[in-house]
Design a protein around this ligand. Structure first.
Ligand SMILES: Nc1ncnc2c1ncn2[C@@H]1O[C@H](COP(=O)(O)OP(=O)(O)OP(=O)(O)O)[C@@H](O)[C@H]1O
Length: 599
């Protein structure tokens, strides 16, 4: 579904959801944290009243009154301190627990999304990045919320105290309204800007990784482009910083103006009470409570600001991610077939990457017969890998359908379909685990079965690699780990290929340039062996789709599909396409001659 169809939920729904998550994470602790934070407000405010009592008793010379007021003052100070301490401890423990809970929740949601859109569509990437970055911070906002409630309670009680001096002093609260309004607007405005500037931040991070990782490091040194990358990073940060600083200056100016309005009203009130026959106790009460009014107001505002920026916005995005994940889970009721009979059909499939407007697949109609080995060839950018991604259900076509034995792939749950897929890709992952696990990851459910990993190793022709390692399949991979072995590019790719061969009975095996780092001869031998085996198992109905630029490998396939400019332009067996004398024959001829010359 396109991103525009799934807007951000409202702040209030996000807030409600975050609260419910906090309750789920730890109901007991959230209750204690809330109760102690709120209770701490009462003694705090009453200190102003006790001070007024004390001033009154001192001026009227009542000894008992002085002692009573002093004891009350002491008791209130101790209570206030104790409750603050308890609330801090309860909130900290609660934040620790929810932090872990939230992070796990976000990871689960993200990894559960069937499509890759959240990794590739710029507006989605920025949202997901905010949720990810704020997952831990979200756990701390409960304390902020409780403190906001406590600060609002303090404000109300303080105003009630002030109104005992003169009812008009309650109006002081009105002068606080502009400050609260500015603060509310400020948080939202800054946050929206932060999200809009997300691409600068990503760019800076990208340059940082380029400059600090080993493999780009080699290229950068040879090309002597290190300085350019450093400058790029600096410029990206500077662009973000300039825009943020401008916005912050503007919002701060507005806030200063609003606070000035409140300051003038407070000073006027103190002068008014003092000059119009107010008692010393009333002036003390006004000074203490009124002074605190400004402090409580400041606290409320900074917490509201924090809540507005982090919690409301973070909470909305978390809910958005949850909705995206559940929408994906709700669709698709049809299970994949146990065994494929007719095969996979693409019926007028067209596709445009989210956030772009150029079609990268145009009206593709193909039949991939059950039990066949299909090779896809074409120039760079022709759409071969995109076809593989659609078959792996990483994206849905814009129009047209993919049918598996006549059942729309769109109706099949992504998880269930992927359980029946195997794959090895050009941009393979390097799992720095012990080798056995690094391969076993290809099918964790079956990896424990005796011999499953050994079979995968044999299919990928990786036996020699295993033998060469000191501890065989138990060797830790990756030189960053104690005793870890570093592999060459081709060796890593063999591990990835073995991972792709882990499943015994996949319905579809996707091999997207799985041997690009191996020499042509090894690739040819490997694939020929694989194709023979696949043909022997024809009745299992598996489809194997291989993307390769090497025609020596491609020619062994049962069906060759030639892509050009987002379209399928030719299809048939090697012999048929050679006889046709079209694009395939031309490309084959070029490569064949080149090899002969090299040879
Ligand atoms: N994530 C993406 N977002 C936007 N456009 C993309 C994305 N991935 C690929 N493309 C574009 O889609 C087109 C087809 O890319 P694809 O990777 O499918 O080509 P390919 O035939 O596999 O190329 P190669 O042989 O170089 O691997 C290219 O023009 C590419 O720029």
């Amino acid at each position: 579904m396109p991103a525009e169809d799934h807007p951000l939920p409202s702040s209030w729904r996000g807030l409600g959801r975050t609260l419910r998550l906090g309750w789920t994470a730890s109901p007991g602790l959230i209750a204690v944290a809330f109760a102690t934070t709120i209770a701490a407000a009462l003694p705090d405010v009453l200190i102003a009243a006790a001070l007024a009592l004390l001033a009154d008793a001192v001026l009227s010379g009542e000894q008992v009154g002085v002692i009573f007021a002093a004891v009350l003052l002491g008791a209130l100070a101790v209570m206030s301190w104790l409750l603050r301490l308890l609330s801090e401890r309860a909130n900290r423990r609660f934040a620790d627990r929810t932090g872990v809970f939230m992070e796990a929740h976000v990871v689960r949601l993200q990894s559960g999304l069937p499509s890759l859109e959240h990794h590739e569509r710029p507006s989605y990437v920025d949202r997901v990045q905010l949720v990810r970055d704020h997952a831990d911070t979200l756990s701390k906002v409960y304390q902020e919320l409780f403190q906001v409630v406590g600060a609002v309670l303090r404000l109300i009680l303080t105003m009630a105290l002030l109104m005992t001096v003169h009812p008009l002093l309650g109006l002081l609260g009105l002068f606080a309204v502009p400050t609260a309004a500015v603060s509310h607007w400020r948080g939202g405005a800054e946050h929206a800007l932060e999200e809009r500037l997300g691409h600068h931040e990503r760019l800076a991070r990208h340059f940082f990784l380029l400059g600090t990782n080993a493999s780009p490091g080699r290229e950068l040194r040879v090309a002597r482009a290190g300085e350019r990358v450093r400058r790029g990073r600096h410029q990206a940060w500077a662009a973000r910083h300039r825009a943020m600083a401008r916005a912050r200056w503007t919002t701060t100016l507005w806030q200063t103006a609003a606070l000035t309005v409140f300051g003038c009203a407070f000073t006027g009130s103190v002068a008014g009470v003092a000059l119009n026959g107010g008692s010393a106790a009333e002036v003390v009460l006004l000074l203490t409570a009124g002074g605190r009014l400004a402090q409580y107001l400041g606290q409320t505002l900074s917490q509201v600001h924090f809540l507005r920026t982090i919690w409301l916005e973070g909470g909305r995005r978390l809910l958005w991610l949850e909705e995206l994940a559940s929408m994906a889970a709700e669709r698709s009721p049809a299970p994949p077939p146990e065994r494929m009979r007719s095969g996979i059909a693409l019926d007028a499939v067209s596709f445009t990457y989210p956030g772009t407007d150029r079609r990268v697949l145009e009206d593709v109609t193909l039949h991939l017969p059950a039990g066949s080995v299909v090779a896809v060839v074409g120039e760079n950018g022709a759409g071969k890998s995109t076809l593989v991604k659609l078959l792996a259900k990483m994206y849905e076509p814009d129009s047209g359908r993919i049918l598996v034995d006549g059942v729309p792939l769109a109706d099949m749950p992504a998880d269930a379909w992927r359980e029946r897929l195997s794959g090895a890709f050009q941009d393979f992952a390097r799992f720095e685990y012990p080798l056995r696990l690094s391969i076993g990851v290809g099918d964790l459910a079956g990896a424990g079965e005796g011999g499953a990993v050994d079979r995968a190793v044999a299919r990928a022709g990786a036996g020699a690699l295993v033998d060469r390692l000191d501890r065989g399949l138990d060797t830790q991979l990756g030189s960053a780990w104690a005793g870890g072995a570093e592999l060459s590019e081709g060796q890593w790719q063999k591990v990835a290929l073995a991972r792709g061969y882990m499943r015994d009975q996949p319905l579809l095996l996707l091999l997207d340039e799985p041997a690009s780092a191996l020499d042509a001869e090894t690739e040819h031998l490997l694939f020929e062996r694989y194709a023979e085996r696949a043909r022997a198992l024809k009745d299992r109905g598996r489809v194997t789709l291989l993307v390769s630029h090497r025609f020596s490998t491609v020619r062994t396939a049962d069906l060759v599909v030639v892509m050009d400019g987002a379209r399928v332009i030719e299809q048939g067996t090697h012999a048929e396409l050679m006889e046709l004398g079209g694009r395939y024959a031309e490309l084959y001829g070029i490569q064949d001659r080149a090899y002969r010359v090299e040879g």
